[in-house]
Design a protein around this ligand. Structure first.
Ligand SMILES: Cc1cc2nc3c(=O)[nH]c(=O)nc-3n(C[C@H](O)[C@H](O)[C@H](O)COP(=O)(O)O)c2cc1C
Length: 322
């Protein structure tokens, strides 16, 4: 299927670079959009989100999307998002429209898909369990796509997220009823992605990922898929979700953490916290100190097993487009 929504925006490729919260991704998003795909800037503190959107706008006149995780988004985030061309939301069971722009909601089940359509979403992102980052789906993406496609109006927009790393994956998704595809992990391994070369080395050399709740400070009870590091090796012996004591502590402390300015936890990481576990659920960008990689969530999806190179994002868009 093809995407009427992307067509209306002037996007010619069904390749969407998925939102990756915490990464100042203005340049990456612009390069993807300039190459014919759709680039996305994920959650950031409000001022940074605005700066990255402006940076992307200065690099391309093509559309740019903003992705916001609802638990972390404030009124001011929604105001910035309204300046994007498309807004994607994540992590809300009963979604609601907060922007005037075309809006897609990320879902992990048929019920959530129907709730998003009922709430007036212009489409949905179906996210399979193999995806990197915070994971809504409990079954593989293509399986969930089949179930959702049969349960919502036939002309609905569906972007498929999770498990997509090459043009054959994109072809399969479109043949199975997706109107476009959203890729996070493949774009982590791109020249323009603002993560450290060490994080990229682990993506490219990695073969396994873990679905856990270990890095839940600030965002408890939200399963996320990560690469192994010292923190996962230390705590994920008996239960891949993480010790129940740590998860309980995260649930108790999170309401307090949420009241702190967003930069506080990042600042704590930078200024040498001796905590063996990150004080933030944020993706470590290339501004984090090297030691943060051993205690932070190295979000990545199962496709790490099939991704073996770091390449220019524009080249990726060209090669992924069927
Ligand atoms: C580093 C990283 C950060 C992510 N952050 C977000 C986020 O802030 N919001 C969101 O909706 N999804 C987030 N995701 C999930 C992606 O948007 C997308 O659903 C996922 O990457 C697709 O699966 P893939 O990793 O197999 O390509 C993140 C994924 C990664 C790898």
């Amino acid at each position: 299927m093809t995407s009427k929504l992307l067509e209306r925006l002037g996007v010619v490729s069904p390749v969407v670079q998925a939102g990756m919260g915490g990464l100042p991704a203005g340049e990456l998003a612009a390069v993807v959009s300039e190459a014919g795909g759709l680039g996305t800037i994920g959650w950031l503190p409000v001022a940074s989100l605005r700066d990255e959107l402006m940076k992307a706008r200065s690099l391309t006149s093509r559309p740019i999307s903003i992705n916001l995780t609802v638990p972390q988004a404030t009124q001011r985030h929604w105001q910035v998002a309204n300046d994007a061309d498309l807004v994607v939301t994540h992590w809300e069971s009963v979604p609601q429209r907060r922007v005037d722009k075309p809006w897609l909601h990320t879902v992990g089940s048929v019920d959530e898909a129907q709730a998003a359509i009922a709430a007036g979403a212009d489409g949905i992102v179906v996210q399979g369990v193999e995806a990197g980052g915070h994971v809504r789906g409990k079954v593989p993406a293509l399986e969930l796509l089949g179930l959702v496609r049969a349960a919502i109006p036939p002309d609905s927009e569906i972007f498929l997220a999770g498990g997509i790393a090459d043009a054959d994956d994109v072809r399969r998704a479109l043949a199975a009823g997706a109107t476009a595809t959203a890729l996070g992990t493949r774009f982590l391994a791109s020249d323009e992605c603002p993560i450290s070369t060490e994080y990229q080395r682990r993506v490219v050399e990695g073969s396994e990922t873990i679905l856990t709740e270990l890095f839940g400070l600030g965002w408890p009870h939200a399963p996320h898929r990560v690469l192994p590091n010292a923190a996962t090796r230390r705590w994920l012996h008996d239960n891949s979700l993480g010790p129940s004591s740590i998860r309980r502590l995260h649930a108790v402390v999170t309401p307090l953490v949420m009241r702190l300015p967003a930069r506080f936890s990042i600042h704590t990481l930078h200024s040498g916290s001796s905590s063996p576990l990150a004080l933030t659920a944020q993706t470590p960008s290339d501004t984090f100190p090297a030691r943060a990689l051993e205690k932070s969530p190295l979000y990545a999806g199962e496709t790490v097993a099939r991704i073996h190179d770091v390449r220019p994002a524009a080249e990726l868009v060209r090669d992924l487009t069927p």
